[in-house]
Ligand binder design. Sequence first.
Ligand SMILES: C[S@@+](CC[C@H](N)C(=O)[O-])C[C@H]1O[C@@H](n2cnc3c(N)ncnc32)[C@H](O)[C@@H]1O
Length: 489
Amino acid sequence: MLPFTIEKNSQFGRFAVATHNIEAGSFLFDEIPFAIGPNIRTYCCCLECYCPVDGTASGTRCENCSWPLCNECSKLSEFSAHKRECEIFREAKCKFFNLPDANATCMQLDCITPLRVLLEREINMERWKNEVEPMEDHREKRINSNAWKEDQQNIVGYLLGPCKLGQRGITAELIHKVIGVLEVNAFEAKTLKGTFVRCLYPRLAILSHSCTPNTTHAIHPSDNYSLKVRATVAIEKGSQLFSCYTYTQKGTLDRQQHLMEGKYFQCHCERCLDPTELGTHFSSMKCSSCLFGDVLSSNPLDSDANWICNKCSQENSAESIKEMLKALQGEIDNANSIEFLENSLEEYEHLLNPNHYIMTSMKNSLIDAYGHINGYMLHEMPDILLKRKIELCDELLAILDVFERGMTRARAMILYELHTPIVLYAKSQFEIGNSTKLKYLKQLENAREILNESREILEWEDENVCMIIWGARKSQENLEKLIASLKCE
Ligand SMILES: C[S@@+](CC[C@H](N)C(=O)[O-])C[C@H]1O[C@@H](n2cnc3c(N)ncnc32)[C@H](O)[C@@H]1O
């Protein structure tokens, strides 16, 4: 039985409410996708496995219908993902038009995922009626947009014209409904080849959005893209279940823009309404007038609202703030070394709050770099750099504890990055006589706890995609051995 009931109101449309108290980490439900297919405005990809393929005349094609397949998939005796559309294209003699150059966006593939939804509807009418038809498509907001006109020409016109879907009772209105449902509800998934597709999970899509969600989901491409949803924190009976449709590690202005452009609504969650983003100061700038105040938006839901210093009340126009952020972001987009990132962090301290999302993304890049690039591999790092990596992880975790609370993938990744420098630093300090055996053991046990927490969360992922699970398992084995041998000495 599902752990939620579906309710409806004018703010959220349909939404999910917990039927009982739910513990952090509890499994909530699983689901198989109604349809999977290429993203919109994508590169040319294989219609069976989604790896990139050459869209020009020299690329491999399906010998039945001429649409793109990779070398490997073109030799299959039977298709899975590509099977039904292949029949449609072959019967209607709809050929794929080769792209002029290999890097061109392949607009022809925009019709594939809607077509797969329409074909699944024909053989699974009950699921369509119960689960997909009630989904939000924001027709009234999309109908006057340029995207609607492009879709009309590129997808609706193509499916009803050359593909002759009208003969199957499919109408323009139905195709636009499917395009809207996909746009508003589909989730992105990583394939076994490391590329991205969009999947329609009608049950997951009932959950409303929050910028501090209380659930997480893991998609398993090696198990036909099955999905598992879990609670990341304890959820009380009667509370709403939330997923996140955007990136929690973006600032409010960017999140709002992403949600409005992609999902057609303004988020009014506690975090979005609070200019300090729940006390983190994730979007706060430093005041150039008094030099010590934080400059905050006077209305985070209005991207044109002035920004005001919380100490000296100096006002800044939204435009000047946006320009400055764009310039700083542009500088760090070109960051190519640890030295550059460390220097930029120091330089920007006068302009941005240390927790600002630009600062945080630089810290994230440093965590990724320390221990993983030449000259900075963990075994080469002196104690001072091991300590630096520990400090960066701690700072990031403090932010994630607000935005990605509890058992979340983002926390698991940082916890994983944190455990090794703790072990190496403790070992080094013990070996040079700066620490006792008891203290060393305690530090190792702390690292073990951190790693266990990380591994427990990572085990929810598909181990064929999330390779870090293997590293976490191996590390745990090694750490257990080290602790046991130390206890025996
Ligand atoms: C994936 S659907 C969620 C299910 C949808 N409410 C329904 O009835 O089918 C996304 C849409 O739900 C609404 N929605 C989801 N989260 C919301 C939120 N936090 N605030 C306002 N509307 C929200 C928006 O209309 C959004 O485009």
